[in-house]
Design a protein around this ligand. Structure first.
Ligand code: PLP
Length: 452
């Protein structure tokens, strides 16, 4: 029989567990409980195969910025598929969608970030960044400048390059080698690691680890620093206000390229077009993906400065590229997505309206006995679950068990909220309304009550 939405959920779940290897999923749990099968979505709401409606407070995987069900993106893809479904951008060829998208991104991006190298994902874009950075310094006559400094618990993707730049210990322990020339410093996670320091003191201390690492390695050997303006998959780690200005100072002083991984923070998530603007930094390279197309079709890229692009150009051939670099259908969808973000003023809406409203409503959860921190920037929010607020205490037993329980209760209560250890995180679509934010916070509170 044909496998369709009309098949009983149990049968779909059994087929799924039998033949589909899921990313970042415990296969035993999957076989036992079955995946929740999502069949439709509209605005901020998912529908599953049992007809349940679930609010998606994670925008899928932090990507559906303009919300689900936008016909304009469907039409843009269909038009482009009819006209030119594929052509590559290798070997002296180009096409109109990629030309228009590159010009648009150059207009939107800050500073001199006027050039884009495309990929199909954030992981591939970060692999590209490794290639760009090394080729750049070699072309400038400094081939020994190769080391990239990243952060523990940062997430930069799942390819070998992206996974090595990332600082996820569970990935490294499963065979993502940290490829030679990549080192990690600590993350600016004051709640977990700040001890007796004020957040401001701690932000400076963590940023100065970068300086210490550069001096240890020798500044002539260090090529770049990479970080997410706000760490996403690491638990929505909002850095103290002192952190990024100090990182910028250090990168400037030692001539280290600053790479902002904007895969989550880009395209309005933090209330500016890019998280770098919210954090007041001037990156030389930005990694983009996810919100670039609102996840309707895969696309990523590296936005680089005039200086880098001119240096690469002067060196001739750049021997790097993906079949789908600048895919015309993805480019057409991205352009339409950017048009909607711009014309509907969704970024301004996050900054002036729904971001502040979420911050206010989210903070009401602080009176819950389990919640030690309730923080947000734009539409990225985080809750620290704790058995003792005053001391920022951790739960006894397996780390993450309470967070997992809370996530399960959320799911049962019609809310997708993710957990990272014992921290709950959200990143809803930018089109979320005040009434939906109220529902989100109500469902979160009910789930916390049932977790406690
Ligand atoms: N960089 C960051 C900051 C991310 O959050 C992610 C994905 O979550 C990636 C890179 C990897 O992107 P992709 O999953 O599209 O390869």
């Amino acid at each position: 029989p044909a496998i369709t939405n009309h098949m009983p959920t149990k049968e779909l779940q059994a087929l799924d567990a039998a033949h589909h290897i899921h990313p970042f999923t415990d296969a035993n749990e999957l076989a036992e409980s079955g995946a929740r099968i999502i069949t439709r979505a509209e605005g901020v709401t998912l529908t599953d195969s049992e007809g349940n409606q679930i609010m998606d407070a994670m925008s899928g995987l932090w990507c559906v910025n303009i919300g689900y069900g936008r016909q304009e993106l469907v039409d843009a893809a269909a038009r482009q598929m009819q006209e030119l479904p594929f052509y590559n951008t290798f070997f002296m060829t180009s096409h109109v969608p990629v030309i228009a998208l590159s010009a648009k991104l150059a207009e939107l991006a800050p500073g001199t970030l006027n050039h884009v190298f495309y990929s199909s994902s954030g992981s591939e874009a970060n692999d590209t960044n490794i290639r760009i950075v090394r080729h750049y310094w070699a072309s400038k006559g400094k081939p020994e400048k190769t080391v990239m400094i990243a952060r523990k618990n940062g997430y930069h993707g799942s390819t070998l390059g992206g996974g090595s730049l990332g600082g996820m210990a569970p990935m490294h322990s499963q065979g993502v080698p940290v490829i030679p020339g990549i080192v990690h410093i600590d993350q600016p996670h004051w709640w977990n690691e700040g001890g007796d320091m004020t957040p401001e003191e701690f932000g400076l201390e963590r940023a100065r680890q970068l300086e210490a690492k550069i001096l240890e390695l020798g500044e002539d050997n260090v090529a770049a620093f990479i970080g997410e303006p706000i760490q996403g998959a690491g638990g929505v780690v909002i850095p103290p206000s002192t952190y990024w200005p100090e990182i910028q100072r250090i990168c400037d002083k030692y001539e280290i390229l600053l790479i902002a991984d904007e895969v989550i923070c880009g395209f309005g998530r933090t209330g500016s077009w890019f998280g770098s603007q919210t954090m007041g930094i001037r990156p030389d390279i930005m990694t983009i993906a996810k919100g670039l197309t609102s996840g309707y079709i895969p696309m990523g890229g590296s936005l680089v400065s005039d200086e880098i692009a001119n240096t690469l150009a002067a060196a001739g051939d750049f021997n790097h590229g993906y079949t789908y670099s600048g895919h015309p259908v993805a480019a057409a969808v991205a352009l339409e997505n950017l048009r909607i973000l711009q014309e509907e003023k969704l970024v301004e809406r996050v900054h002036d309206d729904v971001g502040p409203y979420l911050a206010k409503q989210w903070a009401t959860l602080l009176d819950h006995p389990l919640v030690g921190e309730a923080n947000s920037v734009g539409l990225m929010g985080t809750l620290a679950l704790t058995p003792g607020k005053a001391k920022r205490a951790k739960f006894a037993g397996k780390e993450g068990a309470v967070g997992l329980r809370c996530r399960t209760r959320c799911f049962a209560n019609g809310l997708v909220m993710r957990h990272v250890g014992d921290r709950m995180i959200i990143a809803p679509p930018l089109v979320i309304t005040h009434a939906e934010i109220d529902t989100l916070v109500e469902r979160a509170r009910k789930s916390l009550d049932e977790t406690y």
